[in-house]
Write a protein that binds this ligand. Structure first.
Ligand code: ZN
Ligand code: ZN
Ligand code: ZN
Ligand code: ZN
Length: 503
């Protein structure tokens, strides 16, 4: 349902949404149920009711299956008459198509690729009006998808011909319609998580058509316990008639990575302010240190062109996109290696080592450095040898400085109501409180100073709760919100306690 939004036409994005009136940060603009949802594309074998991973046993066939149709279904979902699986169950049962369960080396089970498109087709029959008004007009980029002949062919065989042939749906659904649905899902659907954290994809007719921007102005929360209802809110204050935008790529990737993802996966070239600015809004999120001079940074000449050469902003040094890509890929491979290490002191120390090493190669705010900081923030206070009570004041300072640096970048790319900001605000409050208490105990902070620092920490927690209060209570973010609320109460009590002592 459009609450404070209306349909609009954009020359680049086609159908999209804009605010219908001025909207304040946090206000709800769209709320809707998915038209259909189901397993992700290229999924492994999952239960078709709850999307948990299922496996064949060693005997080759102890997979949990639906008694009616033989397709994968876990024991819990078998007795659930309202399970998501009921629609296709009838189709498979009637046509007597069995589940072969062939899985490729990549763990992908292509036979399951038909499930979500089939659910959309069944929903079309059940809700013809909604299909006509909301889903049929959605973009499906047929031409661009046809250009990728291998994928187009695989979809035709595994989905369209499979549904029309073995599943005996040829009279209900044309090949053209099925390929349209496959495209609509590919272009517009996005990932959600079940209450237990398993991924699935959902098709939202309005939320799915939001225009893209690498600095989004809306935040969405999906509520698995309410049938995957999505709520879209303004991330920042918006004027009437302002286009609603979401990021369809990872905001903490550099421009080259975001463009590659958008051009290959979403079939368009983004030309938002951030993409057109080589410095990415003065953050230098992709800038490399110049090898020829001491103070310069290498920036792409044409940031949105993947093959653009890079130029120093202080001397006349230029480098090819190829060379830049090589440097960045090598560093990224090193980071991935560290990321794959077991959670522990070694992983933390290696991350610190890389961050030091990259000082001579990358701008301090480069996304690779920012990614390492994000890893470190998660580890300081949690891994063995670096648990919160074990951290010296120096390491507490380290953790808080890491949080501040990441927040500085997030404030530019995800201002306002951003989950990542909320997480980092929470992470930042802990070392601040401990440092303040340690300082007071050591006599370096007065009672008044202690109180002022705790009030700062309270403000961080308030903003964290303000952002996360809209999340589903059972989600990871919802749970963190509860934790932050408790911390907020305790801290408020201790500050009140301090007040009376100091007076
Ligand atoms: Zn299940
Ligand atoms: Zn079944
Ligand atoms: Zn962009
Ligand atoms: Zn230079």
């Amino acid at each position: 349902m459009l609450l404070k939004a209306r349909l609009e036409h954009d020359t680049v994005y086609g159908r999209c949404l804009a605010t219908s009136e001025a909207v304040e940060r946090g206000e709800l603009v769209v709320e809707e149920l998915p038209f259909a949802y189901g397993p992700k594309r290229e999924s492994g074998i999952v239960c078709l009711g709850c999307y948990r991973y299922l496996q064949f046993g060693e005997d080759g066939d102890s997979l949990d299956r639906c008694e009616l149709c033989d397709w994968p279904l876990c024991g819990n979902c078998a007795d659930d008459a309202s399970s998501d699986h009921r629609g296709e169950c009838q189709v498979f049962g009637t046509a007597r198509v069995t589940f072969a369960g062939n899985v490729g080396e990549d763990g992908v089970c292509p036979q399951l690729d038909c499930i979500t498109p089939l659910r959309v087709l069944l929903a079309k029959e059940a809700q013809p009006e909604r299909w006509l008004n909301e889903v049929a007009p959605m973009e499906h980029h047929e031409e661009a998808r046809r250009e990728n002949a291998d994928i187009w062919h695989a979809d035709r065989v595994n989905i369209a011909q499979y549904l029309r042939g073995p599943c005996k749906l040829a009279e209900r659904f044309s090949e053209e319609l099925i390929m349209q649905v496959v495209g609509v899902l590919e272009v517009n659907a996005f990932e959600a998580r079940t209450i237990n954290g398993y991924p699935l994809r959902c098709l939202y007719p309005y939320t799915g058509i939001l225009a893209h921007n690498c600095v989004p102005n809306t935040a969405r929360s999906i509520h698995p316990s309410e049938g995957y209802k999505v709520r879209l809110r303004a991330m920042v204050d918006l004027e009437a008639g302002q286009q609603l935008q979401h990021s369809y790529t990872y905001t903490l990737d550099g421009t080259v990575q975001r463009q590659a993802h958008l051009q290959q996966g979403k079939y368009f070239r983004c030309s938002c302010k951030r993409c057109l600015d080589a410095s990415e809004l003065q953050t230098h999120f992709s800038s490399l240190k110049c090898g020829q001079c001491t103070e310069g940074w290498l920036l792409p000449k044409q940031p949105t062109a993947l093959e653009s050469s890079w130029q120093c902003n202080a001397c006349d040094n230029t480098t090819s996109s190829q060379d830049v890509r090589e440097i960045v890929e090598n560093l990224q491979a090193e980071v991935n290696g560290v990321q794959a290490l077991e959670m522990g002191a070694k992983r933390l120390e290696e991350s610190e080592r890389l961050l030091r090493k990259y000082k001579s190669l990358l701008h301090p705010s480069h996304y690779i450095a920012t990614g390492l900081r994000q890893l470190l923030i998660e580890m300081y206070g949690r891994v063995q040898g670096y648990e919160m009570v074990q951290l010296s004041d120096q390491l507490l300072e380290r953790k808080s400085s890491l949080c501040r640096k990441v927040l500085r970048v997030l404030n530019v790319f995800e201002p306002g109501l951003s989950r990542s900001r909320a997480m980092n605000l929470y992470e930042l409050h802990v070392p601040l409180v401990l440092l303040a208490k340690n300082g007071f105990i050591a006599g370096t902070l007065s009672g008044g100073e202690l109180r002022a620092r705790l009030v700062d920490a309270i403000d961080l927690l308030k903003e964290c709760v303000d952002i996360l209060q809209h999340e589903d209570h059972d989600s990871q973010e919802g749970i963190l919100c509860g934790v932050a609320k408790q911390a907020l109460e305790q801290l408020t009590l201790s500050v009140e306690g301090l007040g009376s002592e100091l007076d």
